[in-house]
Design a protein around this ligand. Structure first.
Ligand code: C5P
Length: 217
């Protein structure tokens, strides 16, 4: 039987950073499901689509998406750095309201990670993707703190300088859209454990979650 940990929460709540560390310690595969939405968004923008029609769905289905060293590869290429811009982030959220896109992502997840021991972060992992996950966490942090973290990430990964206000407004808009969409909105699963991450170090958050994992495994 596979062991699954679901980590949900809004952008910048620390999900991916913590999940990556916990994956190594617990011998689990780390997956950020948002990367798949970002790949759809990147492709949509690159090919200048104007709506999600059957042609678009057909084309994304033709992409060869694989997984290696914590990253998705698209046609054998790691396009990680092209997925973190504000534009790709915002469009990922726009596309994520679409049922066909969600179906595509969830089928990919099932295809690549079936029967594997995983820690997956996202928005609907505990509620929809793995409702029977062994453990579920819901991470939160203030909007300002999350914006600061994202600004730092953009600087580190993409060497992009972006104003805090711009990021703050973008995340606020994305939160609103992710929480209020009809299908699989961002929400805490009933049985998820809430971890407030504002003012906590990565080590502190990791310790709290690791203790819970040790009790469960
Ligand atoms: O987690 P990340 O910021 O990379 O996700 C990008 C966008 O993908 C989110 O804003 C959200 O709209 C969408 N997403 C989703 N469900 C998931 C993961 C991400 O709708 N499980």
């Amino acid at each position: 039987m596979s062991f699954i940990i679901a980590i949900d929460g809004p952008a910048g709540s620390g999900k991916s950073t913590i999940s990556k560390i916990l994956a190594k310690k617990n011998n689990l595969i780390f997956i950020s499901s948002g990367q798949l939405y970002r790949i759809c968004s990147w492709f949509y923008l690159k090919k200048q689509y104007e709506n999600v029609d059957d042609k678009f769905i057909n084309e994304i289905n033709k992409l060869n998406i694989t997984y290696e060293n914590d990253s998705f590869l698209v046609n054998n290429k790691n396009i990680g750095n092209e997925l973190i811009s504000n534009e790709v982030s915002m469009h990922a959220s726009n596309l994520a309201i679409n049922e066909k896109i969600r179906e595509f992502v969830n089928l990919k997840i099932n295809e690549i990670f079936k029967n594997k021991d995983i820690i997956m972060d996202g928005r609907d992992i505990g509620t929809k993707v793995f409702p029977n996950a062994n453990l579920k966490f819901f991470l939160t942090a203030s909007l300002l703190e999350r914006s600061r973290r994202r600004q730092k990430e953009l600087k580190q990964k993409n060497n992009t300088k972006c104003s805090l206000l711009k990021i703050y407004l973008e995340i606020k808009k994305r939160d609103k859209q992710d929480k209020n969409r009809e299908i699989a909105p961002l929400t805490k699963a009933k049985d998820a454990i809430v971890i407030k991450t504002t003012n906590k170090s990565i080590e502190d958050i990791e310790k709290i979650i690791q203790k819970i994992i040790d009790e469960k495994r």
